[in-house]
Design a protein around this ligand. Sequence first.
Ligand code: SAH
Length: 253
Amino acid sequence: MSRRAGSSSNFQPGATEMWRASVLSIFPDMFPGPLGMSLAGKALASGAWSLDVADIRGFATDKHRTVDDTPAGGGPGMVMKPDVLGRAIDSIAVDARPRLLMSPRGAPLTQAGVESLAGGAGVVLVCGRFEGVDERVIAARGLEEVSIGDYVLSGGEIAAMALIDACVRLLPGVMGAAASGNEESFADGLLEYPHYTRPQLWEGRAIPDMLTSGDHGKIAAWRRAEAERLTSERRPDLWTAFLRRFRSGSRTG
Ligand code: SAH
């Protein structure tokens, strides 16, 4: 059954079907894990998105249910077998969803990438284990490799959860106004400004006067300046890209 999620006013064209995540893993019991709690969990329970997890081991044919073998050419570790993984992938009907392989070699996941995935029909995610997967299955099944950062996890499951979580919070109706604002980190290429809440004075540290001034124009200007300061200090890569966009934007009008 497919259900519409959220209110119809939030709908974008093509987003009328439930957003679906299909995961392939040798540890299906890890799911939904954290995705079954809090925002993502409530959205899952309410039908804003769906999750199905296939056990790759179920597609092995020997009595030991073998999913890996030694690397051709030698070396340490094991490699996921293309025949077993290929059958597991083929158990998921081909549809409009991208088929992604979680991989430290992949294209780095960005907020723009998350927004694009969240705006589509969903994702099919393959979780690697061991040294990774046989290269032929990546080519034969057209898997796009996606990385969640320049470090190595022991398996793709946590990476898949990170990707799903980032997408689900953007689905219509899941977070309401909070996620739809343009003020979050990365939304306009800047990190987010600092947040404060009561008490006004904590351990001798006060909330900046500006934020309690009630002057919304000045507050917005202060937040923008802080976002720019933090981005230039912490992320020269983002800052350079921001300045480039800003300058080309003002040149072209
Ligand atoms: N030998 C590989 C690492 C394998 S880690 C290499 O050096 O590139 C085992 C699995 O964990 C991978 O197949 C992948 O599915 C997952 N994984 C590890 N780090 C990841 C990352 N940064 N992003 C996404 N998936 C990752």
